[in-house]
Design a protein around this ligand. Structure first.
Ligand SMILES: [Zn+2]
Length: 874
């Protein structure tokens, strides 16, 4: 007889094939019923799916609810948080996963009481190997989940200690049969004997046998499922039929029992094996635009908006953390497992696209506000540019700034090496109303140029400088000119296009045919890519018109061509296929002083149901790829897959892995790496790495895929369900993929991570506008202000923070819990501990991500593949 902790919960997808609004209508009645049942039965409890956002949304409809919720939380009857949303755990940035917890925990504490401090992710499609480290950042040491385990190959127990890439650890409890192992539906109540014999006891026995476990954990609930009424009576009846002993418990109570055990096995690595349930190993490229949007919005918040708010606050410009929090919440609402995975209906995809749009608007608005107010405080003219460095690290390199001017004859001091890299002429407009000292007059508005000007700038640290120019130069600034030859070069790279192939030379090594594009049919759906029976992946010809352009210290090759791709899946295997013209532009660009070869591929997709991949051919004789994930690097190899894999797995355990920003290969002396802006999935091919660009499909779920036999995911083939077309997931039209290549000597993980960090540093500039008040959306409504005379004086050049750690900077933002304080989070992406005690001497306090200050402030080390948070006042 096994003791079974029975935990009643609901799993609450915010959206899936139903929308967030649909889910809120369901929550209106369901959550009310939960509160009523808990108040009437003080001995029972309920877990509201570990995400605070759904509680907020319910309370917005029920103003009386927070007081009731606070009481139930305090009594240990209602468990909410710690997440803000049920996050995907493969695709988001490390900082998003941490912030999801920070915001969920702080919001819950402020409004409802102490959250459930367990990394509870009952349905997420696989877990990156660093999740223990990320959970530890907020003081969480327990993890409960379903998908991704294989007891035979991994940990031999449903309960184990899970270790990150370094020394961080959590106690982990798995539900091998899902979060519904003990689900008591109304029908089950009518025949409890059958429920106990056929489901409950089998689940309990499996958990007991896999790891010699007693007690075990039995979750009871399913998607959008109500609380079990009269649970005490029901469990009393269950115990009459069960050969085990089942009793009301909670997740925290069960995790406490695991802490007493000394016999738990340890496991290190990702949790992504599809043994007892699907993990959708190839969902990392479904609705690829959302993955790129997610990446861009993360970068916009982390690299631009948050450090800019820190600068604005130092300049006496009050920007609240409230708007920035609202921005984070928009992003976190785009990151739940179904949402960011893309396994949603098109109806929901429209909501997601809209949420991204809102996120970008808030981010751009905040940036616009901060920049214009600083420019106003400095009393700048339209001929004085404000240019920012948004990292505490010193900077020397190029920044690109948008300038509106009446001519191209701009004059900058020679040290800026100014060149025009993009220009557009805006035509003169006649008879335009203008407010003058005489009242309203009608005059002609002159023509002007929108110019992107590249300037060589130097900064000491986080801050800005004012760069003056005039329009009195004798000649126009230089612009791109076509030049002969098919080779571009800078001090690091030499890249040549010849006979339809790019070869690249860096240091003393040549990489032949370094980049190709692969195409194959996609018989999969919005959960997974799957190859088409009878089809094979092909390398697309790189033919077309090549231009070689130069300006200043920028050298670029642009290849424009058109691929002919089968229109539909049927055309892939047809004798006379219908072909679609798919135009593409591939640009490779080098700047002096940059170790990165910048790449951009624009594809005007006109073909259906296919997968495009970018192949990076390194030629290294190694069977391993090195990839950065959230907060560290790990090596992956192609594991053998048995011919009869279907006996062990419910989907093919294909060797497709997810990465975060960097993936590549290396040997003892050289390394070649691809850095990606939002591409997330790779596969190691012979001597090369294939990074998925997009995998398009027109179906929400399909049965019997080559890589995923059996039922359709999303149950679209279950009785009463309908097949759901997803034309938006075909991603027709223009798709832009940005990447960079970096070549190294012997690999140094810290250096590699820093190269990517530098590569992602944005160009942020601002010019006060007179020619067009709509070029920055809010300019026209940011009226001149009478600034408080007591504000600190600011100069034309300011440096507010200056340090250059050997580790990467995960985030720099205004503290949530302390006014006028700044939070800094550092990530050590290497296997050796790094000492950062000097920051404590510079006035920073060591803390956790919740901004709770540590006791020991005498020394500070960042362990292997770990992170630290610091906080500083003023
Ligand atoms: Zn779910």
């Amino acid at each position: 007889m096994t003791e079974a902790h029975f935990v009643n919960h609901t799993h609450w997808d915010r959206e899936w094939y139903f929308t967030t609004e649909d889910a809120q209508v369901l929550s209106d009645q369901l959550f009310s019923d939960v509160l009523k049942e808990l108040e009437a039965h003080p001995a029972v409890n309920f877990t509201l799916d570990g995400q605070a956002s759904i509680v907020d949304e319910y309370c917005a409809m029920h103003p009386e609810a927070p007081a009731r919720i606070r009481k139930l939380v305090a009594r240990g009857q209602l468990f909410i948080g710690p997440w803000y949303t049920q996050t995907d755990a493969m695709i988001p940035d490390a900082e998003s996963i941490i912030r999801n917890l920070v915001i969920g925990i702080l919001d819950t504490r402020r409004q409802y009481g102490q959250p459930m401090m367990i990394g509870y992710l009952p349905d997420t499609f696989g877990f990156n190997a660093q999740l223990p480290m990320l959970l530890n950042q907020v003081g969480i040491h327990d993890f409960i989940f379903w998908r991704g385990t294989n007891f035979k190959r991994q940990m031999n127990s449903v309960y184990f200690k899970w270790q990150g890439l370094g020394n961080n650890r959590v106690y982990a409890a798995n539900f091998p049969f899902g979060y519904y192992t003990g689900q008591i539906a109304v029908d089950s109540k009518k025949d409890l004997k059958s429920f106990v014999e056929n489901r409950l006891d089998q689940g309990i026995d499996f958990e007991a046998e896999h790891g010699n476990n007693d007690p075990v954990l039995v979750p009871s609930g399913i998607d959008q499922m109500n609380i079990v009424h009269n649970l005490e009576d029901t469990l009393a009846k269950v115990n009459q039929y069960s050969h085990n002993h089942v009793f009301i418990s909670s997740y925290p109570a069960f995790m406490n029992t695991l802490r007493q055990r000394t016999d738990l096995p340890s496991y290190q690595g990702e949790l992504r094996l599809p043994t007892y349930s699907r993990v959708h190993r190839t969902i990392g490229s479904v609705r690829s635009q959302f993955k790129r949007d997610n990446f861009q919005l993360e970068q916009l918040i982390l690299k631009r908006v948050e450090p800019l708010i820190v600068i604005a606050q130092r300049c006496g410009i009050d920007l609240s953390t409230g708007v920035a929090l609202r921005l984070w919440k928009k992003l976190l609402e785009c990151q739940p497992h179904d949402t960011l995975g893309g396994s949603i209906s098109d109806n929901v995809a429209e909501d997601v696209a809209h949420r991204f749009k809102e996120g970008f608007e808030i981010a751009e608005g905040l940036e616009n506000y901060a920049k214009k107010r600083i420019a106003q405080r400095l009393d700048l003219t339209p001929h004085q540019l404000l240019v920012f460095n948004l990292t505490p690290r010193p900077f020397a390199g190029y920044k690109d700034v948008l300038i509106l001017a009446s001519s191209k004859r701009l004059h900058f001091a020679p040290k800026y090496k100014a060149t025009i890299i993009a220009s557009e002429k805006v035509a003169k407009r006649e008879h335009i109303m203008q407010q003058t000292t005489k009242g309203f007059e009608f005059k002609d508005e002159p023509a002007y140029y929108k110019l992107t000007v590249r300037l060589w700038c130097q900064f000491d640290g986080l801050g800005y400088q004012v760069i003056a120019f005039d329009e009195k130069a004798a000649r126009a600034l230089p612009e791109f000119k076509s030049v002969s030859g098919e080779t571009i070069k800078n001090n690091t790279w030499q890249v040549t296009f010849k006979n339809g192939q790019f070869s690249a030379k860096a240091a003393d090594k040549t990489y032949a045919n370094v980049l190709s594009i692969l195409d194959s049919g996609n018989d999969g759906d919005t959960y997974d890519y799957s190859p088409l029976r009878g089809d094979s992946e092909k390398s697309l010809p790189l033919t077309g018109e090549l231009t070689h352009q130069q300006v200043g210290e920028t050298d670029q090759l642009i290849l424009k061509g058109t691929w002919q791709l089968p229109k539909t899946l049927a055309d892939r295997t047809a004798a006379k296929p219908e072909l679609m013209a798919v135009p593409y532009t591939l640009s490779l660009s080098l700047k002096a002083g940059s170790p990165v070869l910048d790449g951009k591929l624009v594809v005007d997709n006109q073909a259906y149901d296919h997968r495009l991949r970018l192949q990076l051919r390194t030629g290294f004789k190694t069977d391993a790829a090195l990839a950065k994930i959230q907060g560290g690097f790990h090596e992956t190899k192609n594991l053998p897959i048995a011919a009869d894999w279907e006996k062990e797995f419910v989907e093919k355990p294909v060797n497709l892995y997810d990465f975060d920003k960097i993936v590549g290969m290396h040997n003892q002396r050289h390394g070649l790496f691809l850095m990606a802006k939002g591409m997330k999935e790779y596969e190691l091919l012979d001597g090369s790495v294939a990074v998925t660009l997009m995998a398009t499909t027109g179906q929400l779920g399909k049965p019997n895929l080559l890589w995923r036999p059996g039922r359709a995911s999303g149950d679209t083939t279950s009785i009463g369900h309908v097949m759901t077309p997803t034309p938006l997931a075909e991603e027709l039209g223009e798709n832009t993929f940005e990447f960079g290549l970096t070549a190294t000597g012997k690999v140094d993980e810290l250096a590699l991570a820093k190269t990517a960090e530098r590569w992602l540093e944005p160009s942020v500039g601002y010019q006060l506008q007179t020619l067009n008040l709509f070029i920055n959306r809010l300019d026209n409504k940011l009226w001149p202000l009478e600034f408080d005379e007591g504000l600190p004086a600011i100069k034309a050049t300011e440096t507010f923070l200056q340090f250059d750690p050997s580790v990467t900077i995960s985030a720099l933002y205004p503290a949530y819990t302390v006014d006028h304080a700044v939070v800094l989070r550092l990530a050590n992406q290497s296997a050796k501990a790094i000492d950062v005690t000097q920051l404590l001497k510079a006035g920073w306090l060591a803390a956790n991500a919740l901004e709770e200050v540590c006791e020991d402030q005498t020394k500070l080390q960042i362990g292997a593949y770990d992170m630290v948070t610091l906080i500083r006042k003023g």
